[in-house]
Every structure is written in C-alpha cells, then in structure tokens.
Design a protein around this ligand. Structure first.
Ligand code: ADP
Length: 747
C-alpha cells in the first residue's frame, strides 16, 4: 500500500505491538515502523511490554507510544519494549486475561514480532478470540457493547529469529546481523588459524536450521560442515579427518570445521563440538581449538539490512492490519529478495514447525525441499569447494577468461576467486586478465591456480585490476586478437556499468571479430546497484553498511549539540545508497538523482526543520544526499541554505563519505550473492561451450531467485544516459521514509 493512501485513515483505531521469545537484531526497526505507521495513519499505537506477559499484566504492561518513543532505537540491538517467554499465555485463563486487558484499552489489532513459538501463540490467540470474548461476556468481565465492538483480533506477524527458519521467505529479522558477527569472528579465526596452521571447530547457533552455519562456512572459508538437515554418513569422523588431511596436503593452511548447535548423526545423536575436537586431535595429531560464538550472534548493532527490511515489513504489516476487515485471516509478512511476501499465519507457522519433526523422522530430503532451491544451491557449492579432489581435476582443454570492468567495488575479488575455484574444479583452465579491457587489448593475461586466489577471496579490492574505460570500436580488433591468441573459449565479466556497456557493444559489433564470438557472462558488482538484469549487485550491501555506520557515528558526534547534518554518499545517478542508507540510518530527508531537488522542496524542508527545532524539541536533523542528486544544489549549497535559514537554531555540518565506500570488506550478503551468481555463471558458460552457444548473458537475481537475461533484453530495461534502471525497485520506499521519519505534527 502507498503511504499517501494511509494518511489519517485509521483515526480512532488502536493497535498493539509486542516482541516475544528470543530477541533478534532488527526488532527495534520493526517496532519503530509499526508505531510510526500507526501515528501516520491517525491510529493510537500501544507497546505490549515483555512479550505476552504485558497483555496478562495489563496496566503499565500496555502503554501508549508517542512519536518520540521511536527515536534513537533504530540502531540498537535487542528490543526496546522487552521480550519474555510467558508460560501463562499458553493457558486459557492467561489468554482470557490478555483479551480482557486489550479490550479495556480498546485494542483489537496486533502486530507480533517473534519466532515460530510466538507466532504460533498469536495464531492460537486469534483463533480463540471469539470464544474468549463470549466467555469474558458471560463472566461479566467485559460488557456486551465491548464484545460487539471487538468481534475479532486483526493481526499480523513478523518473524524475528536468527535461525532463518520461516519456510517461504529468504531472511528472517536478525539473520543478517548475526551473519555480520559470525563473519567478523570467522575472519579473525581464519587469520590466526592460517598463521599457526591450526585446526578450529566453530559452533554456530541453529537448533533445527543450519542456514547460519552453512552461510558461515561459505563466507568464512569453512572446510567441513555439520548441520541438522544433512546429518553425516556413518563413519563420518574418519571421512572428516581424511578430508582435512588431504586439504592440508594440497596446500590449504588452516582447517575450520563449522558445527551447527543442532547437528545430529543419522541415528539422532547430537554431535557436540567437544566430540569433533577430540576426533580431530586424535586424527590429525595436533591441538584443536573450539570457539562457541553463542549469544554474540544475537547481540550488537543491527546491520543495514536488519534496519531497512524490518522498517519496510513493519510498515506493510501495520498498513494491512489497520485497513483489514474482521474476516481477513492473519498473515506473516516476510521478504523474498526485493519483494514483500505475505503468508497465511495458520499454514506458514505449522509448516515451519514441522521441520523439527521431519528432522527427527529422518525426512532430510523433504526438509531440504522446504528450505528452498537456494539452500541446496549453496550446499552444493560448499561441497564442491571443499571436495579434496577439487584442486587436481580431470582437465578439459577449455579456457575461461576472468575480467573486471567498471568502478572498484567490494566483492570483485570474491567473485573472481570463486570463479577460479569452481572453474578449476570443473576442469577448466582459468585465465585472469589484468587491468580490464585495456590490459586485455595489450595481451596481459595470467593462468590462475587454486592457490593464487586463496588470499583474495574475502578481501576488498580487485587484485586483477579494474578500469572504467569502455573500449571504442577501434579497440575491439586488439581485444579480439588477444582473446584468440590466448585461446579463450568463454569470458566472465565481473564488474559494473562499464562491463555491461562493453558487453553490449561486443554484442552489436561481434560479427566482424572472430575472437569475440565466444560465450560471455556478466556478474554485477557495483556499489551503485544500478546494473542490468539484477535487483542487487554484489558490493552494494557492503557500501550500504558503511554508509549506515557513518550515519551512526555522525549521530554520536552530534549528540551534545543542536546539529543539522548533510551526509553525501556515492552512487552516481542511482539513489540506492542514499535512499536505503537514509532509511536504515533514520535520516529525515534524502536527496536522490531520480527525484529533482527544487527551490520549493528545499523551502518546505527548511520550514519543517525550523518548526521541528522550535516546537518539537528536535536537536538533530539528518539529510542524506546522493553525490549526483543535483548539479547546482550541492551538498555544500544545501548545508549553507539550512545554516542561513536556521538563524542560529543549530550548527550545520557536512560529511562526504567518499571512496571508503568502495574499499570496505564484502559483507556476508555480498559474499553469498557473489558465490551464487558465480556458480551459475560458470555452469552456464560450461553449457554454452558444449553447445557452441555464443550468446551474452547477464547473471542476476530477482525475488531471491537467480536469473539469466540476454544482454540486449537486460539493457532495454535501463536508462542508458543516466546509467541506472528505468524503474528501480527501491524508489517506492522513499515515501515510506517520508511517513516514518517526519514528526506527525509536521506532516
Ligand atoms: P520463539 O518465539 O522465539 O520461538 P518460544 O517458542 O519460546 O520462542 O515462544 C515464545 C512465547 O510465545 C512463549 O513463551 C509463549 O508466551 C508464546 N507461545 C508459544 N507457543 C504458544 C502457544 N501454542 N500458545 C500460546 N502461546 C504460545
């Protein structure tokens, strides 16, 4: 629903929000979105404190929320309204009291943020509601008028769980932040393990879901994985020891075994980290260290994803609950890639909960089916990358070239390293091309071995080198000759706009150049997230997290003064970084290249800022401006205007985040996306070589599925002058930002 359609449509309605069960980073972003969407719609939001316990306690357990209650919580872990595992709510008497207390406050609309247990509780409460109302009326605990006014509980659930176990969506709230914590720990462990040639066992959370462990192993260079969905074969201990030994013999310096806390053997016996350690110490005859990450995974600052996604979900769920009728069944709101999905609560939660039973019944195939195709995909890649035979496969005589093009972005190295590993594992000779198409024209190529790329895999940068030079037609002859001389059978372009533009030119001109008549695939890597054939480019998430961290630091630096800040992000003509950074960082305003800045709109902003400093006690105002938002209304110009017009109400400062956005370490989301896209590209190129198919394909993602789009079709959806998508998926989020980040009185 569009925010404009919601404004002041729910006056007189009350809505409760609660967090229940285990906490997860990002719950606060959801709470904030629920309360502010309610206020924007004219409704009254209430916090139900300490999970379902607040409903049973009544009184101060259910408190009205004001706009300010959402201030300052977006970047905090945990939950600002408390969470609890409330036993009493599972009883009839508990639910009767809970319903009576809600009705006393006039609340019959509810958003619950929690795990599968909490949402099962919500489903039960919803189903029991008419009965509860009847019994409360019979007991004279509510009047017949109250019963008539609240015939149904209208509700929705948001899944907050670091287990990532909601069947039908790709990321539950908290998973991405947990992966950030895990990535940091795994990177630290890898560096110490590699320096000492040591073996580590790392335990990752996940009772019935191995997603975190699988993602950790892929993102952090794990060598062996034990997860509940894929219990190891009999005698796995010996297999594990043999595999690690052979990996070491092949030159791999460290060994990391990743164990999900719920890992079990085929006969249902838990596999403990100590058991794994003892097995390895005996088998490898060396000291083995155990790291149990534990609650560290649930703590700390939420990642950018765990701020913008719950904000969007909170908005959509609240808009639905405020406008739904009594007969509409409750739903769980989740995300599949860039798309909101709504699942029926009474089906989604039992399905999710059935996984534990299926695991106990050894129905592992069915469990993996429920996890979705991408889970199997990642598992397949992990098994291939850790197969001891991988480094010396049966050779084909085919050669695949890897080239970067476009501006530097985090994840270029990850994609190049993964492509090299997978290509070698499938028998190809992988050839690295130095310095993009300029280097190719000069014939600067190098054959790559497994070990050559080991050090790059998780680093920022592009070790092969990248350029933003699009070859002109005259240069194609040299490029074609170089490809022929080096006997390149297929080309993998990893990069940004320049790479796609070059692929597009090659597509048009190739009939005259034999060397260019080979299969070509392009993988999107760009912080601007402006590329054809995909909704997400590798590297955009890392840059976005860097923007959000900078916003957090600016907020802290300004906490003692009345300040107006204008922060400038990169992004060229794409507003992704500025808008999503603003949404995740709680900015009041964003200036984007897709939406012209006018004198009138700046005038309105200035009036609003002055009013909010004067009347609302505001002490901090934040605008995020994309570097190309306007030729004349530069970051400095806007800051000068705000300063001049503020007449001493506040100090104005600017921050240009600059090139550090390109140099940050790839995030777990970037690493996983790079892995999935690269595997698909190598598989596709191999099939093309076999079939003599020389088409040029963009490998991307949409709705979290991997897509293959012909270059001409992908380019047709772009605005070539602005070098960005014609219809970016994130633009509708601008009006959600406007409705949530602006005090109610200033709308
Ligand atoms: P999570 O939501 O993280 O999975 P739990 O399974 O412990 O955590 O559930 C959290 C709370 O949700 C419980 O303490 C209880 O208050 C409520 N709850 C769980 N299951 C039910 C149920 N079947 N009926 C009513 N309430 C429930």
């Amino acid at each position: 629903m569009k925010p404009e359609e919601l404004r002041n449509t729910a006056t007189g309605t009350s809505i409760g929000v609660l967090t229940s069960g285990g906490d997860a980073q990002g719950m606060n972003a959801a709470i904030r979105a629920v309360m502010r969407t309610a206020l924007f719609a004219g409704a009254t939001p209430y916090a139900v404190r300490e999970g379902y316990q607040g409903m049973i306690d009544g009184g101060d357990g259910i408190t009205q929320l004001s706009w300010e209650d959402g201030s300052g919580i977006l970047g905090k872990g945990g939950t600002a309204i408390g969470t609890y595992r409330c036993k009493e709510f599972t009883t009839r008497e508990g639910q009767l009291t809970a319903a009576a207390n809600l009705i006393e406050k006039g609340i019959d609309r509810l958003i619950v943020i929690g795990g599968d247990g909490s949402l099962a509780g919500l489903n039960e409460f919803h189903e029991n509601w008419p009965d509860l109302i009847e019994e409360l009326t019979d007991q004279n605990r509510i009047t017949t008028d109250q019963a008539k006014a609240h015939p149904a509980l209208i509700c929705a659930g948001l899944m907050g769980s670091i287990d990532n176990d909601l069947v039908g969506t790709d990321m539950t709230i908290g998973v991405d932040s947990a992966l950030h914590r895990i990535r940091d720990a795994m990177d630290a462990i890898s560096s110490t393990a590699a320096s000492h040639q040591r073996c580590f066992v790392v335990e990752i959370m996940g009772r019935n879901c191995g997603y975190l462990a699988l993602a950790a192993a892929l993102c952090g260079g794990g060598d062996y994985l034990l997860i509940p969905e894929v219990p190891p074969e009999d005698h796995w201990e010996q297999t594990m020891v043999d595999q690690l030994k052979r990996s070491r013999q092949a030159g791999h310096k460290d060994s990391i075994v990743v164990v999900a806390e719920g890992a079990k053997t085929r006969d249902g016996q838990p596999i403990t980290t100590n058991q794994v350690r003892e097995t390895l110490e005996q088998g490898l005859n060396e000291e083995v260290r155990v790291t149990i990450l534990g609650h560290v995974q649930r703590g700390g600052t939420p990642s950018a994803y765990d701020r913008w996604a719950p904000t969007w979900l909170g908005f959509e769920a609240t808009a639905h609950v405020l406008t739904a009728t009594c007969t509409q069944p409750p739903e769980v709101f989740g995300l599949r890639g860039e798309q909101i999905v709504r699942l029926p609560l009474d089906k989604a939660i039992p399905e999710t909960r059935s996984v534990a039973t299926l695991i106990n019944d050894a129905q592992y195939d069915q469990v993996l089916d429920m996890r979705g195709t991408e889970y199997r995909h990642l598992l397949g890649v992990f098994n291939e990358l850790t197969n001891p035979e991988r480094t010396e496969p049966k050779k084909t005589d085919k050669r695949i070239g890897i080239i970067h093009a476009g501006a530097l972005a985090p994840g270029m190295n990850t994609a190049a390293a993964t492509a090299t590993w997978l290509g070698i594992s499938r028998g190809f000779q992988m050839v690295g091309i130095n310095d993009s198409f300029v280097g190719l024209a000069e014939g600067r190529l190098q054959e790559l071995a497994w070990k050559d790329v080991d050090a790059w895999a998780y680093e920022a940068g592009a070790t092969l080198g990248t350029r933003r030079h699009t070859p002109v037609v005259e240069e194609l002859y040299a490029i074609s000759r170089a490809l022929e001389t080096a006997k390149i059978d297929a080309l993998l372009i990893i990069g940004g706009w320049t790479g796609y533009n070059t692929a597009s030119i090659i597509n048009i001109e190739r009939s005259r150049y034999p060397g260019l008549q080979i299969p070509i695939a392009a993988i999107p890597v760009a912080i601007d997230n402006n590329l054809p054939g995909t909704v997400m480019a590798v590297g955009a998430d890392a840059a976005l997290n860097h923007v959000v961290e900078s916003i957090d630091q600016v907020r802290m630096s300004a906490s003692a003064n009345r300040r107006c800040f204008v922060i400038e992000t990169m992004g060229r003509n794409s507003g992704f970084l500025a808008l999503m950074g603003g949404l995740a960082g709680g900015a009041e305003q964003v200036y984007l290249p897709e939406k012209p800045i006018t004198m009138e709109s700046l005038g309105q902003d200035i009036t609003w800022i002055k009013k909010s400093f004067d009347d609302n006690g505001r002490s901090f105002f934040l605008a995020v401006r994309n570097e190309n938002a306007s030729k004349n209304y530069t970051t400095d110009t806007i800051a000068h205007l705000l300063d001049e017009e503020g007449q001493g109400r506040y100090d104005t400062r600017t921050l240009i985040i600059g090139h550090t956005q390109q140099g940050v370490t790839p995030t777990p989301a970037d690493r996983l996306l790079a892995t999935r896209l690269t595997e698909t590209a190598i598989t596709h190129l191999a099939t093309q070589i076999t079939n003599h198919d020389t088409s040029i394909t963009c490998v991307g993602t949409s709705h979290n599925a991997i897509t293959l789009t012909p270059i001409d079709q992908a380019m047709a959806a772009m605005d070539p002058d602005a070098q960005r998508p014609q219809d970016p998926w994130w633009m509708p989020l601008k009006s959600i930002l406007d409705s949530l980040n602006r005090e109610q009185s200033t709308h």
